[in-house]
Design a binder for this molecule. Structure first.
Ligand code: HEM
Length: 230
């Protein structure tokens, strides 16, 4: 059985009907973005009191990062399970690919925005004076490494890659996304762990986005480990 990672066998994707759920996939993207936008607005603007002027970058960055993680996790969970909602394997594979690419592009935007606003004023917890502290350095390193691991299956999505690198290397590339999931867990864990346990301090008793992200990432990792164990 071929490894099913972030992206799947190209010929399955190409043979999948584009009519299958084309618009419902776009609807899903909008629904997820709207859901996490409402969550972020409530948690950060309403309950935490972040000024509205920080919506365009600071809040949007949070929406993009959690939505990206959602799609990446969904891609892996879908690839690991047989859901009756899919008519056949090609439509399932097409959905896996869609989720992987949607997740990767949302995370790419998160990275660009983060690099624009990565300053002590926005993220005092990452800094000591004007240099990064250990939390900041470890967390950012894990973010960069995670981006690296996710970019490998993303590149292998290019149609001719399967033929160009050979099936074994291509499958290996697909599985690299699991390291991406693990390092993204370390990325959010390093920055958020402190706040996860202090639930009394959560604005509006709403869990931090970093905690939601960690839970989402653990689902495909659990599937992977459970699959190995059985
Ligand atoms: C160069 C790579 C990366 C950099 C510089 C970076 C930077 C950051 C920064 C500065 C934050 C804090 C945002 C905030 O608290 O408002 C953050 C949070 C986050 N990042 Fe990244 N990141 C990178 C890669 C990634 C990757 C690859 C993923 C996922 C696959 C990811 C997912 C997240 C998530 C889910 C959060 C939590 C947002 C929150 O708690 O509000 N990041 N990242």
């Amino acid at each position: 059985m071929l490894g099913r990672g972030l992206f799947i066998k190209v010929k399955d994707v190409m043979s999948a009907s584009t009519v299958h759920g084309g618009s419902s996939k776009n609807n899903l993207l909008w629904k997820v973005l709207i859901f996490f936008s409402l969550y972020a607005v409530l948690r950060y603007l309403v309950f935490k009191g972040v000024a509205l002027i920080h919506f365009p970058l600071y809040i949007v960055n949070k929406i993009l990062s959690i939505s990206g993680i959602f799609f990446l996790a969904l891609s892996y969970v879908t690839g690991k399970s047989i859901w009756p909602i899919f008519e056949d394997a090609p439509s399932r594979n097409q959905f896996v690919k869609y989720c992987g690419l949607a997740g990767f592009s949302l995370i790419a935007m998160h990275v660009f925005i983060s690099l624009i606003i990565l300053t002590p004023a926005y993220f005092p917890k990452f800094y000591q004076d004007d240099m990064m502290n250990l939390t900041g350095e470890v967390s950012m390193l894990m973010g960069v490494v995670s981006l690296y691991f996710f970019s490998i299956p993303a590149i292998t999505t290019i149609p001719f890659m399967q033929e160009a690198v050979g099936i074994q290397k291509w499958q290996k590339g697909q599985r690299m996304g699991y390291f991406g999931l693990v390092t993204s867990l370390l990325h959010v864990g390093a920055m958020g762990l402190d706040g996860w346990i202090k639930w009394q301090l959560w604005p509006g008793y709403m869990p931090p986005i970093s905690l939601l992200a960690a839970i989402l990432v653990c689902i495909p990792l659990y599937y992977k480990l459970a699959g190995k164990a059985s």
